[in-house]
Design a protein around this ligand. Sequence first.
Ligand code: 5AD
Length: 343
Amino acid sequence: AGIRDALDRIREDFPAREDLKILLSLCDPDEMGYLHATACIVRNTYCQERIALRALVEISSVCKNSCRYCGLNRYNREASRYTMRDDEVMQSVRLAAKQGFRTVVLQSGENGCSSQAIAQLISQIKQEFPVAVTLSLGERPWEDYLAWKQAGADRYLLRIESTDDELYRSLHTDRALSSRMECLEQLETLGYQVGSGIMVGLPGQSISTIARDIQFFAEKQFAMIGIGPFIPHPQTPLAKAKRGDLNLTLNTIALTRIVTKYPWMPATTALGSLQRDYRKEGLQAGANVIMPNFTPQCYKNQYVIYPNKQSKTENKKSLEQLARRVGLSIDYGRCDSLLPGWA
Ligand code: 5AD
């Protein structure tokens, strides 16, 4: 009964931290089932009963940043570094478009790729294919975000990772939380559909931290929110840390869905990379996006953010089967922002 009351309250009003903490902590299967089912009702009401597809192309593993959780951080000298040629990227995009994808996500480390080279690539993609272009290239100067928007980019993904200043500082040696916030503001101002998100189970993170992250999402109203479990990478300073808890991750997805209602939320690759593939459970907790990997085979194994990253090729049939199993259908459109007030 206490759970039902807490759920009713967070559906109606700005979510209180205490209510979020109670609901995040649920681990009884029936109680979790009730929470996740509520999230699915909210998703189906505000986003319709559908899944959006995004083709992910990991265009470069080069990175100048030093996030302590990430295998691509610049101090990992064992990481192999590549940058795809333009024609290779175009080939991946062509394949995705041919298979019916209407969004491509270009992701990379925070690298030295010139703003111009990326802009050129964006306009070439927009010229040749009827796809939305989502960028996930980290923190860059305002001028770069502007140039890419003018080149035709539609969306940008930049996870906040954690809204806790102290935790953020403990994980990032040479970037500040305020700089990330500023980037998110700039992207919003420039007219991008903006996505953010967090990892669940970071060392030093508590239920309380996550509750505040969810309050941040409730306040900001992002068009997209990605939430996945932290998975320790053996060649990082966090090699010995515990991985993020599955149930806590699913509860975080469900609560974020319930309080934010509209965002496109992926059943993340990290959720698909635990002991088994838990993306189905992610969809059953309120997620509504799948991001199949379209990075060329020869580069896939070099883009190692965390170990055992699920990156098998997926076809239309397997995706449609996954959708059917959770009672959703695939929307083969662009699936732009559903936020009220968006174009
Ligand atoms: N485990 C899980 N997710 C990770 N990311 C980075 N490192 C890890 C890890 N070890 C996530 C971050 C980043 C996204 C691209 O991948 O949230 O924003």
